[in-house]
Design a protein around this ligand. Structure first.
Ligand SMILES: [Zn+2]
Length: 286
């Protein structure tokens, strides 16, 4: 069953909620935005949530404020990093709340992962085809997000965040829940041999076998010579299983961001000039 439930409750701000996690920790909310419900103009129409794409900063700020308020968070608790397709993880403490909300310079620099055990912090990260990863340790109430494009995926950002959760917050990976959110599907994700070389190195590093590839339909033939259709979501699933996450603790979406231009910004579909959706996770204390 699709874990990211489309929520058309409010037509002007459609979003995808990770409903199965709501009951694991009181006050938890996690999900992924759609492109609708904001005030940005084309090609960022309309719910662009990232500053770096060239949109009006005032529009981005208003869109962020709307999302935070809709989720029941003070907008000033919005916390994010400047993403660079690497594997550094920011540990978010109470005093870090609000970093990156109003401008790029206050964000955690060069950070593709965020993890915290603080309540009333809205962690966010930004996407147009890359894979949003979500992490939850229900016992210690630790939450995290990681941005995994092909680079972050093959550099094993999910291992980096799981290690950080154990080191900083005494999490136990046998208890950690993860989710793989809306992102480009194998249907639309054609890669070249340069990328495939890095993918093969990564699967070798983690000890994946031919049987693993086949069980997860990691690769499919492309209609173009020298190209492969890569299943980046399943690659992340295998990487997390090899890290010790229980297969039953991994949720994976079926949504493809490139197949649904009416719902999602897609870097590939819109030739690089487009807005960004946000993944979010936060725990409210009332
Ligand atoms: Zn697709």
């Amino acid at each position: 069953m699709e874990p990211f439930v489309r929520n058309p409750m409010n037509q002007t701000q459609e979003r995808f909620e990770l409903e199965g996690w709501i009951h694991l920790v009181p006050g938890l909310t996690a999900g992924f935005t759609s492109r609708s419900g904001g005030i940005s103009e084309p090609p960022y129409d309309s719910f662009n949530l990232a500053y770096h794409v060239g949109d009006s900063p005032q529009h981005v700020l208003e869109n962020r404020r709307r999302l935070a308020e809709t989720l029941g968070f003070n907008p000033e608790t919005w916390t994010c990093g400047e993403q660079v397709h690497d594997t550094k993880i920011a540990v978010v403490r109470k005093n870090d709340r609000g970093k990156g909300y109003a401008d790029r310079s206050s964000a955690f620099q060069d950070m593709d992962g965020l993890v915290t055990n603080e309540p009333d912090v809205l962690l966010t990260s930004f996407y147009a085809d890359c894979v949003p990863l979500y992490f939850l340790d229900p016992r210690n109430k630790v939450i995290g997000l990681a941005h995994a494009g092909w680079k972050g995926t093959v550099k094993l950002i999910s291992h980096a965040i799981i290690d950080t959760m154990e080191r900083e917050f005494s999490s136990n990976r046998a208890e950690i829940r993860t989710a793989i959110g809306p992102s480009i599907g194998q249907c639309c994700y054609e890669v070249d041999e340069m990328v495939m070389g890095k993918v093969r190195e990564a699967v070798e590093t983690i000890g994946a076998t031919q049987a693993d590839y086949e069980a997860h339909s990691l690769f499919a033939p492309s209609q173009h010579d020298g190209k492969t259709m890569l299943n980046l979501k399943e690659l992340n699933r295998i990487i997390m299983i090899k890290a010790g996450i229980l297969p039953t603790h991994i949720e994976c979406t079926t949504w493809c961001t490139s197949c649904h231009p009416e719902l999602f910004f897609s870097y590939r579909k819109q030739n690089g000039v487009t807005g960004r959706m946000a993944s979010w996770i936060g725990r409210k204390v009332r």
